[in-house]
Design a protein around this ligand. Structure first.
Ligand SMILES: C[S@@+](CC[C@H](N)C(=O)[O-])C[C@H]1O[C@@H](n2cnc3c(N)ncnc32)[C@H](O)[C@@H]1O
Length: 237
């Protein structure tokens, strides 16, 4: 079973951050860079065909950016507060971006993803619960068992589907990505590049690559620091 830092049944610490999440400059900046890196990943995005699941979607910032390039996206996040904000954005699309309304045929789901089959009928190609691509940004460092979570996500891919993981890299200073008051809530102070490559390979993916995609400059308790971000990808055979 894949595990994270909290159990959905006991509430989610991200609920309290949801309403102001999009105001954070670091979140906005990294989401934009992750979006650009995903578009450049080589996947043949098709606005008429590609089905996407965003794991740990938060308020849907990345899904909204990807929407023009894909057919449909299902956001999944354990935080009800995050999903509430995302759902509000979708409800406002007829006014803010009517051309994107059709990209969200399924409501984003407040689900603690921990086993296969939880998304059956809720998204993917023809509601299959299986996706052409799974993307995730800034969620993996909150997952305790990265191999189990990767094994699980792979089970939500269609044949030849692609898993794309974006998160900050483990370095000598990466624990300062979060303030020390939050260190107890973080499973990994960054993701180890080589370990992630091994995890994707062990999950049965092919053409695995883990690249430094971009760098975030951010003020921290230890001064202004630079945080490299990884984009990992692998394809199901
Ligand atoms: C740091 S936030 C990132 C949110 C969003 N991806 C962004 O970059 O703005 C991590 C998110 O992962 C979600 N998450 C962690 N483990 C999860 C699980 N097993 N199932 C669903 N969501 C999970 C949390 O609820 C949280 O909203």
């Amino acid at each position: 079973m894949a595990t994270t830092t909290q159990d959905a049944s006991s509430g989610n610490r991200f609920d309290d951050m949801a309403e102001s999440w999009d105001d954070r400059p670091d979140v906005r900046e990294t989401t934009h860079h992750a979006y650009e890196a995903i578009l450049k990943s080589g996947y043949p995005f098709d606005p008429n065909a590609t089905s996407v699941m965003e794991f740990g979607c938060g308020t849907g910032m990345l899904s909204m950016k990807l929407a023009p390039h894909i057919k449909s996206v299902l956001g999944v996040d354990a935080s009800e507060g995050m999903i509430k904000v995302f759902s509000r954005k979708i409800a406002n699309l007829p006014t803010t971006a009517p051309e994107l309304v059709s990209k969200f045929p399924y409501k984003p789901q407040s689900i603690f993803l921990e086993r296969p089959g939880q998304l059956a009928g809720l998204g993917g190609t023809d509601g299959s619960g299986l996706f052409d691509i799974i993307v995730t940004h800034l969620a993996y460092h909150h997952i305790e068992d990265l191999q189990s979570m990767t094994d699980l996500l792979v089970q939500y891919l269609r044949p030849h589907g692609r898993l794309l993981i974006s998160d900050f890299e483990q370095t000598f200073t990466s624990k300062y990505f979060h303030p020390s008051s939050h260190w107890h809530d973080v499973e990994h102070h960054g993701i180890d590049k080589n370990a992630l490559h091994t995890i994707l390979t062990r999950a049965g993916l092919f053409n695995v690559s883990v690249e430094t995609a971009f760098t975030l400059q951010k003020p921290t308790e230890s001064g202004d620091l630079s945080f490299p971000f990884l984009l990992a990808q692998g394809q199901l055979g």
